[in-house]
Design a protein around this ligand. Structure first.
Ligand SMILES: Nc1ncnc2c1ncn2[C@@H]1O[C@H](COP(=O)(O)OS(=O)(=O)O)[C@@H](OP(=O)(O)O)[C@H]1O
Length: 353
């Protein structure tokens, strides 16, 4: 066996026998370690990079990540947002502990949540799971141990984060997050509810091109102008109503509201507020961003763990269809009182009117 290995690996035969044996031993150990860590990285049933499959005993629940109907993040985004790295890098970065998140981006869908998480991940003291776990809405029965297992390892002083924008409109989410930890910091990226609704519709249209027009879905009765508030694209934008539900469990000071509009016009400014809120050193500054004219959005000069520039994928920053301006105006009128209430509750004027 040793002779054959000698030939295979072309070990210099001139070496003294003891050194030769030691060298062979070292090579075998390296090969064994490599196989072990390759297997740990790829055989452990990852559903997406860095997202371990549920434990065998878990009850059959809907699939966790891409391909799940209604999923906000595409597979492409999961690829753009790895959280575990290669098997070898996990071997070298293997230290740390998986912890439950201390901060969660809870919403809103189409608000700019992916951009915020990707920007935050540049910070050395932030580690985040790339995919959306949907624990507090779709996967709660799997238990906290399952949820923790999804998280990346962190060292002392690092913050664990995740983002699932549907939490903001999930009735059970505030109580569930509070029972995990009353101290969880919550972040909501909000965006003009009218543009948000159109963005939401654009996403659905990209998957199901045969759906009715935005204009016809907006109204229960177009003649009377009655808005269909049961349509999720409209529902989600009534921020004040959803926020009331969160305030039953969390003080307002424990929730940070990020402007989706400013995240585009001044990403460093918004990131400054987020870093302060999370108690982090202000490391992410305007030096980290550049405006990509082709994309029409700010992008990172260097993505986390890479030296290359990085913009979000094609599913972020889609071209919206032209919507009848009368319908847009009707929606503006509909949202105005809710927006005013929201400004009052948060103490921030987002300038949507
Ligand atoms: N830097 C940067 N690059 C690309 N896109 C950006 C960026 N910052 C904010 N946005 C806006 O993010 C919108 C998508 O929001 P989310 O990431 O929250 O969507 S999702 O709920 O996770 O599907 C997306 O909405 P659409 O423009 O309607 O596609 C973008 O406007």
């Amino acid at each position: 066996m040793g002779q054959r290995l000698n030939r295979c690996l072309d070990v210099p035969v001139a070496l003294p026998p003891l050194r030769r044996r030691l060298l062979l031993l070292f090579i075998m150990l390296f090969l064994w370690l490599y196989m072990f860590y390759s297997c740990a990285g790829s055989c452990a049933g990852l559903t997406a990079r860095g997202s371990p499959a549920p434990p065998r005993a878990a009850p059959p629940l809907p699939p966790l990540l891409p391909g799940d109907p209604g999923e906000e993040s595409s597979l492409e985004e999961q690829r753009a947002a790895p959280d575990a790295g290669s098997p070898l890098s996990s071997f070298f970065n293997g230290s740390g502990t998986k912890r439950l998140p201390q901060a969660i981006i809870i919403g809103v869908k189409k608000g700019g949540t992916r951009a915020l998480l990707e920007f935050l991940r540049v910070h050395p003291d932030v580690r985040a799971v790339g995919a959306e776990p949907h624990f507090f809405d779709r996967n709660y029965e799997r238990g906290l141990a399952w949820y923790r297992e999804l998280m990346p390892k962190t060292l002392e002083g690092q913050i664990t984060m995740e983002k699932t924008p549907s939490y903001f409109v999930t009735k059970e989410a505030p109580a569930r997050i509070s029972s995990m930890s009353k101290g969880t910091k919550l972040i909501v990226v909000v965006r003009d509810p009218v543009t948000r609704a159109i963005s939401d519709y654009t996403q659905t249209l990209s998957k199901k091109p045969d759906i009715p027009t935005f204009e016809s879905l907006t109204f229960k009765n177009r003649t009377t102008g009655l808005i269909d508030t049961s349509w999720s694209a409209i529902q989600i934008g009534i921020y004040a109503k959803h926020l009331e539900n969160w305030l039953l469990y969390f003080p307002i000071g424990q929730i940070l509201f990020v402007s989706g509009e400013r995240l585009i016009s001044d990403p460093a400014g918004e990131l400054g507020r987020v870093q302060d809120f999370l108690g982090l050193k202000r490391i992410i500054t305007d030096k980290h961003f550049y405006f990509n004219k082709t994309k029409g959005f700010p992008c990172l000069k260097k993505a986390e763990g890479s030296s290359k520039p990085h913009c979000l994928g094609k599913t972020k920053g889609r071209t919206h269809p032209d919507i009848d301006q009368e319908v847009v105006q009707r929606l503006r009128d509909f949202y105005r009182p809710f927006n005013m209430k929201f400004y009052q509750m948060t103490g921030q004027d987002f300038g949507w009117d």
